[in-house]
Ligand binder design. Sequence first.
Ligand SMILES: Cc1cc2nc3c(=O)[nH]c(=O)nc-3n(C[C@H](O)[C@H](O)[C@H](O)COP(=O)(O)OP(=O)(O)OC[C@H]3O[C@@H](n4cnc5c(N)ncnc54)[C@H](O)[C@@H]3O)c2cc1C
Length: 340
Amino acid sequence: MSAVSVQSHFPLQALNTFGMDVFADAYAAIHSPADLMTLRADPTWAAQPVLVLGAGSNLLLTGNVGGLVLHMRTTGKEVVGEDHSSIYVRAAAGEDWHTFVLWTLEAGYAGLENLSLIPGTVGAAPVQNIGAYGVELQERFHALRALDWTTGEIKTFDHSSCRFSYRDSFFRRARGRFIIMDVVFALPKRWQNNLSYPDVEQAWRAQGAPPLTPLLVSRIIADIRRRKLPDPAVAGNAGSFFKNPSVSRARFEALRADYPDMPGYIQADGYYRLAAGWLIEQCGWKGKTVGDVGVWETQALVLVNRGKACGQDIARVSLMIQEAVNEKFGVWLEPEPVFV
Ligand SMILES: Cc1cc2nc3c(=O)[nH]c(=O)nc-3n(C[C@H](O)[C@H](O)[C@H](O)COP(=O)(O)OP(=O)(O)OC[C@H]3O[C@@H](n4cnc5c(N)ncnc54)[C@H](O)[C@@H]3O)c2cc1C
């Protein structure tokens, strides 16, 4: 029998990396699938809208949260199978992402090393199809199980039903309906390193180009991330605040004619991905502070809480940046964190 309890007026400040000082009307820590099913079986809670909370590292909480906050604290990770090409590994939604990545690497399974040190939980990783240093989660994803809060059914989603795209999936669009319970990854038996990002290759060469292993790539990437990104414990943030926008080839060529240094990367669909950080920097926002909201000095994509900023303050500065970039380049930036 599950002993899950629901607490009212629960403080969320320590549970979101922006450090927003807000409360949940109702909060439950979920330690097992049985905890979830117990709450879903109670008509009072089943009728409530839910916010699923992982580590709160991709959320902008703009006020107190109504309905029921389900905080995923489930743990467990295991190898569940293999075939000629892959090892299949399953992890519970509440597992810390980086701890899970290290566990796979230390067990000798490669494939997740470029996604090292991304904050958050395993269950949130498919929601925005996390990506870093040339690899996206969808390249290592096999399947997941999720509870449909509207029907109480547990469903299995394969790769195609997740509808992954750049920092997006079906779950991001169906927010509050599905609670991801566990995720199965397919890790390739034959390892191919990915040093496609110049920073990574340079850091490896600077170490004297030692023999490459997945653990070494993980360490190099973790070091770069520690240097480049603010630690949320020191300056509240949610990582990149804006997605890199995509424009047509004609639009990119027109922009390049005006701004010859503008970076742009061609995608499989023929569109060009622009660097949002570069666009923001060109508008003079890098290192700027408005009230208690700052744009990080070494990475213009990151907005930080320099003290007592509230979610509305961050949303206001985000809008000012969107307007500045739109005015100069005619490109509208889309935020990456989920606004609640
Ligand atoms: C310093 C820093 C660096 C970052 N770098 C990167 C990066 O390189 N690449 C990248 O892609 N992201 C990055 N992020 C963003 C963040 O780490 C990821 O989006 C991460 O996957 C969020 O996990 P979380 O557990 O904190 O999710 P939360 O912030 O708690 O939730 C995010 C969204 O997912 C939903 N959700 C969470 N868990 C579940 C679940 N079990 N079932 C259903 N829905 C769920 C929530 O309801 C919410 O809509 C960074 C963030 C920070 C603070």
